[in-house]
Design a protein around this ligand. Structure first.
Ligand SMILES: [Zn+2]
Ligand SMILES: [Zn+2]
Length: 258
């Protein structure tokens, strides 16, 4: 088995100049790549890529940053999109209480509202979710606990504490690690990775963001998931092939990729 990048954004602007070339290379090198939407437009872009390249799949969803895009039409458009071929998850959706430079102050109650409606789509279509969460793990967990019905999925690019990770794991969620697992000052994150059981761990790049250590400052791409796997292999004391097999099988199980 080869590696799976469970979270990339090859439909984003960063690849406008050479998207096909990057997509072809990555499709050949990896077992699968899931391109994840953040808005209606980038969700459509992810579905288009899934239709054009072997081993490419899509997740569709509205990121908490784009809460202002949400209206009844977005809701029905997203549901239509979620039924397209190659869609394996609803995401990235979630809660983000972090104050970013170019964004207005986060409005968590508005974020919860669109999260709620998107989880409804996931439950209706029996799809897992890809959670984006920053500075709001406790709030997200509270939300899941109160929610009726089954929700399965992954907390992507995990950056919380072990106590928070444990709660999501106990609820049946997977935890996914990006290139930031390789950063020198992320010892605490490596400790968390050490404790996550092998049947709950996933690898991703979040490309074009968060390139692993040797590529910091450059554009990330799905094949660099290899560096995330190497870091994990070292942390877990597994061989690289064992790490690849475990994480790829987990991704196949969660996203029902054959
Ligand atoms: Zn994210
Ligand atoms: Zn992302």
């Amino acid at each position: 088995m080869k590696l799976i990048d469970t979270h990339a954004h090859l439909q984003f602007k960063a690849y406008d100049a050479d998207r096909d070339e990057v997509a072809k290379r990555n499709s050949k090198e990896l077992e699968a790549v899931i391109n994840v939407g953040a808005s209606l437009d980038t969700s459509k872009g992810a579905v288009t890529l899934a239709g054009r390249f072997d081993n490419f799949y899509a997740a569709v969803g509205i990121h908490p940053h784009h809460v202002d895009q949400w209206n009844n039409k977005t809701f029905s458009d997203l549901e239509t999109l979620a039924k397209k071929k190659g869609v394996v998850a609803i995401g990235e959706i979630g809660l983000d209480a972090h104050q970013y430079n170019d964004y207005p102050s986060p409005d968590l109650s508005a974020q919860v509202k669109i999260l709620h409606q998107q989880i409804e789509i996931a439950q209706k279509l029996n799809l897992p979710v890809i959670f984006h969460c920053r500075d709001a793990y406790d709030e997200l967990y509270q939300y899941i606990k109160q929610r009726q019905g089954k929700i399965s999925g992954v907390v992507h690019c995990f950056m919380g504490t072990w106590e928070q990770a444990e709660k999501f794991l106990d609820t049946g969620f997977y935890i996914s690690f990006t290139g930031n697992l390789t950063y020198k000052n992320n010892g605490a994150l490596r400790e968390i990775a050490k404790s996550v059981l092998e049947d709950r761990i996933l690898t991703e790049t979040d490309a074009p963001y968060l390139p692993p250590e040797p590529y910091r400052g450059t554009r990330n791409e799905p094949v660099y998931v290899k560096m995330v796997a190497s870091a994990l292999a070292e942390i877990k004391n597994w061989s690289l092939q064992k790490t690849i097999d475990i994480t790829a099988q987990n991704a196949k199980d969660l996203f029902k990729i054959l």
